[in-house]
Design a protein. Structure first.
Length: 120
């Protein structure tokens, strides 16, 4: 599996997992210059920007360890851009950034680690 296909598969798994957890998916792969927000969803009364990290090996560390300080700063900027460009939508006022790490060491039994409010 290529890195790109692994990432897409991970995002598909993430959407299923988040829906089961009660999140309502609004958008996927919101792109701006410099990158993208993988998933934008609503959890109860909170707008959530979700970064999905998928790994099929621990050779380069755990999936959640791949979310760097630089990536978090980008997500914060992208979240502001998203909100400012979706003024016509009724979005919740509360917002947060979550990280969903998906470990595919055993592809038939993925392991999920949802880190809510990861920017703190």
């Amino acid at each position: 599996m290529t890195t790109l296909s692994e990432g897409k598969y991970g995002e598909d798994l993430a959407c299923v997992y988040l829906k089961k957890a009660g999140y309502k998916i609004l958008e996927r792969n919101f792109r701006i210059r410099g990158g993208e927000i993988d998933i934008i969803a609503v959890d109860k009364q909170t707008l959530v920007y979700v970064e999905v990290k998928t790994r099929s090996s621990h050779r380069f560390g755990l999936p959640e360890e791949a979310v760097t300080y630089r990536k978090m700063n980008f997500l914060k900027r992208a979240a502001k851009f998203y909100r400012n460009n979706r003024l016509n939508l009724r979005l919740p006022q509360l917002e947060r950034i979550d990280v969903l790490a998906i470990d595919l060491i055993d592809p038939k039994n993925p392991h999920y680690n949802l880190i809510q409010n990861a920017q703190s």
